[in-house]
Ligand binder design. Structure first.
Ligand code: CAA
Length: 295
């Protein structure tokens, strides 16, 4: 596989483009506006510069990586020469179905179409195309340049050849791929989201405060971030939507989102990206400061 197209230059899309380009693949990065593309490229440049400063890559490596990325505002044009398309657009099923129809029309007939979805059914997305055997989940973890895992999800019709090609490619990127079947939340979010939800319930029921809950999981279980900080990092709206997928997909009340999470999202508290969640952000330091609502 040579030419890679990444659809979406947001947090996940730019990280995925970064990973492919740094490993020598020409990347066509597509988004709806020039502004979104410029923002994505600026983030890639900043993250590469951090790697240069830490002597993980050379200055020449940074320059060559950036040169491998071309940008497009037209999806049809971006996928025309792709061997693999990785879609990392907004987590919205209607949008993804529409995108996959369009990608399917314009990408080469033998191109593999992957989605970075964290919770939408691969099987449903594949059914929007004429090549369901070539459609697969390629779920990178955030931040994609740092996290080793790629969850590779087989839809109902995904072929063995497609799965093996994506597993091999993931290894070439220096990642560790893990195969999963297409059921709500796959492996990662089926386990992660109930943990985060339980942490929110512990706060909601006044078992302990924000810092105490996160400290127990950080120091007691060696998690790099506590579950409440991680929820802010992922986005509380994203956590809520994944919990709803689990709740509806299994019809089991154990996945019902905590009412506190529902209220916070309704109030616009979406975590890091909105400036406040369980912690407050935008104070210009890296310090973790508990949001006023939980002090
Ligand atoms: N690009 C490149 N490098 C980055 C980076 C980025 N975006 N962000 C951080 N880094 C690098 C740093 O340069 C640093 O490198 P060194 O170890 O060589 O120093 C390293 O990552 C650690 O960064 P920091 O020192 O700035 O900060 P940290 O030690 O707090 O680590 C973290 C940051 C890697 C994000 C760490 O806190 C962590 O692992 N958190 C948990 C992340 C996690 O669980 N991600 C999965 C979320 S779930 C998901 O993505 C799936 C879903 O469907 C919801």
């Amino acid at each position: 596989m040579k030419n890679i197209t990444v659809i979406g230059a947001g947090a996940m899309g730019n990280g995925i483009a970064h990973v492919f380009a740094m490993n020598g693949y020409p990347v066509a990065l597509a988004d709806v506006s020039r502004e979104a593309l410029d923002k994505g490229l600026a983030t890639i440049e900043k993250n590469l510069a951090r790697m240069v400063a830490k002597e993980k890559i050379s200055q020449e490596g940074q320059d060559a990586t950036l040169k491998r990325i071309s940008t497009f505002t037209d999806t049809a044009q971006a996928v025309r020469e792709a061997a693999l398309v990785v879609e990392a657009a907004t987590e919205n099923i209607e949008l993804k179905l529409k995108l996959f129809k369009e990608i399917d029309q314009h990408a080469p007939k033998n191109a593999i179409l992957a989605t970075n979805t964290s919770s939408i059914s691969i099987t449903k997305i594949a059914a929007a195309t004429q090549r369901p055997e070539l459609v697969i989940g390629m779920h990178f973890m955030n931040p994609a340049p740092v996290m080793k895992l790629i969850e590779v999800i087989r839809g109902y019709a995904t072929s063995d050849e497609t799965t093996q090609a994506v597993m091999a490619l993931s290894r070439k990127l220096g990642k560790v791929p893990v195969e999963a079947n297409d059921y709500p939340g796959f492996i990662s979010n089926r386990i992660l989201m109930p943990m985060i939800n339980e942490a929110i319930y512990a706060l909601f029921e006044s078992v302990a405060g924000v810092e105490e809950i996160d400290t127990v999981m950080k120091l007691g279980m060696a998690h790099p971030m506590g579950p409440l900080q991680l929820a802010d990092f992922i986005g509380l709206d994203v956590c809520l939507s994944i919990l709803n997928v689990l709740y509806e997909g299994f019809g089991n009340p154990k996945y019902a989102p905590c009412p506190l999470l529902v209220n916070m999202v309704a109030a616009g508290k979406r975590g890091v990206k909105s400036g406040e969640g369980f912690y407050s952000y935008g104070h210009g330091t890296k310090d973790l400061i508990v949001a006023d609502a939980f002090k």
